[in-house]
Design a protein around this ligand. Structure first.
Ligand SMILES: NC(=O)C1=CN([C@@H]2O[C@H](COP(=O)(O)OP(=O)(O)OC[C@H]3O[C@@H](n4cnc5c(N)ncnc54)[C@H](OP(=O)(O)O)[C@@H]3O)[C@@H](O)[C@H]2O)C=CC1
Ligand SMILES: CCCCCCCCCCCCCCCC(=O)[C@@H](N)CO
Length: 358
């Protein structure tokens, strides 16, 4: 066979068989195999990125804002798992009442609840000294829950100027001070968990939250930076993003909430403090950086994950796969929020015009 004959017989064979039609499928199969192999490899190295286990039984947990609402529920949840608790808040009467409620959740007779009355936002020296007292009584702090906080909802130009400063002091500095007071001991002991209670309004900015949202966004920046510093010391940071939750603080906030804020917030259901506390405690014990509640919470967290650390391969893969889809859904939500704001404005103007005519 001459070389010409050979090449023509190969060409004939090539075109007479339609196997090359399968080529794209074969390539897809190869790509899929690579992806599967890559994912398997990721799962093999996953023990390297997942935090070492942490047990609440016998641990000392400090909960700021532990006398009411979400903080109190977090304290009760930890107590149910055998922790020793220090409740931190200002009002002593509320603290004593909360202590009694937490004590009802005891699972053994060694457990203790300690109450400390201090303003977490006023002076670092004061916070440091009360944390020292708590450590002397109940041992080094294993887990700190920064839940003390306050909220205000109102239109930007109607919020008193000093409220902007106040809310930053309580929600942001009020989380920096206790964290600073426990971190040295945690580093020395090479263990610890720190929870920051942010808000869904710390993931998205909404009408009426010009003072509140920034104070909650700030916690995310603090947490990301702190986590990078603390990981080698086996200290894990969690940011919790509660939705609207039925607490005394929420009732207070509703008194001044603009109609727009209420209508937008009603997109998501109001949760119970016990329900959110369970999720936050579980995620913090596991050392997850992110903790969210419900389907909206899940979508918001995937959508706003940015450069935040991952603690499981599954979490990372889910973010990669879902981000585009969730952004699409988010654009529809945004349209509906904008239309709520526009409708409220038109209604108000019509009401004003009607008033003038009378
Ligand atoms: N409820 C909700 O819908 C949502 C709440 N959140 C956040 O969750 C956290 C708890 O909220 P919630 O349970 O509703 O609030 P509550 O108002 O019910 O409780 C707040 C707690 O913080 C304490 N506290 C407030 N200011 C200070 C301070 N300066 N120093 C020390 N303690 C303080 C209060 O005690 P005292 O006044 O005696 O000091 C109280 O124990 C807050 O950070 C809030 O922003 C986030 C999203 C939704
Ligand atoms: C894919 C995109 C999904 C988007 C879902 C959007 C849901 C918006 C609901 C926002 C509710 C804001 C809660 C603030 C609660 C709070 O911090 C105060 N109550 C404090 O007292």
């Amino acid at each position: 066979m001459s070389s010409e004959e050979l090449s023509s017989s190969i060409t004939d064979w090539f075109f007479s068989n339609s196997w090359w039609l399968l080529l794209p499928f074969v390539m897809l199969l190869v790509i899929a195999a690579f992806i599967v192999a890559f994912v398997l490899l990721l799962y093999m190295i996953s023990p390297l990125i997942s935090p070492k286990p942490f047990k609440l039984n016998g641990a000392h947990v400090v909960v700021t804002g532990g006398s009411s609402g979400i903080g109190k529920s977090i304290a009760m949840e930890c107590y149910r798992q055998g922790a020793f608790i220090t409740l931190v808040a200002r009002d002593e009467t509320k603290l004593v009442l909360a202590k009694k409620e937490v004590e009802k959740c005891a699972i053994n007779d060694k457990q203790v609840v300690l109450c400390i009355s201090v303003d977490v936002s006023s002076d670092y020296g004061q916070v440091e000294s009360v944390i020292k007292q708590a450590q002397e009584k109940l041992g080094p702090v294993d887990m700190l829950v920064n839940c003390a906080g306050t909220s205000i909802a109102g239109k930007f130009e109607e919020v008193d100027m000093d409220r902007f400063k106040k809310i930053m002091e309580v929600n942001f500095l009020g989380s920096v001070y206790p964290t600073r007071a426990v971190i040295t001991t945690m580093k020395e002991r090479r263990m610890g968990r720190i929870m920051f209670v942010s808000s869904q309004a710390g993931q998205i900015g909404l009408f009426g939250y010009t003072a509140y949202s920034p104070s909650k966004f700030a916690l995310r920046g603090l947490a990301e930076s702190l986590q990078m510093e603390m990981k080698p010391y086996n200290i894990y940071v969690t940011v919790a993003y509660p939705p609207d939750t039925d607490t005394p603080g929420f009732v207070e906030e509703n008194k001044t909430k603009p109609l727009e804020t209420r209508l937008i917030s009603e997109t998501a259901a109001v949760c119970q403090p016990d329900q959110v506390a369970k999720i936050f405690v579980k995620d913090t014990v596991q050392g997850n950086f992110n903790s969210s509640v419900g389907p909206d919470g899940y979508m918001l967290s995937a959508l706003t994950c940015g450069m935040s650390p991952v603690t499981s391969i599954t979490e990372g893969l889910q973010q990669i796969v879902t981000m585009g889809l969730f952004r699409t859904i988010a654009l529809f939500y945004l349209c509906s929020f904008d239309s709520i704001v526009r409708r409220c404005m038109i209604q108000r103007e019509q009401a004003k015009a009607a008033d003038k005519r009378e």
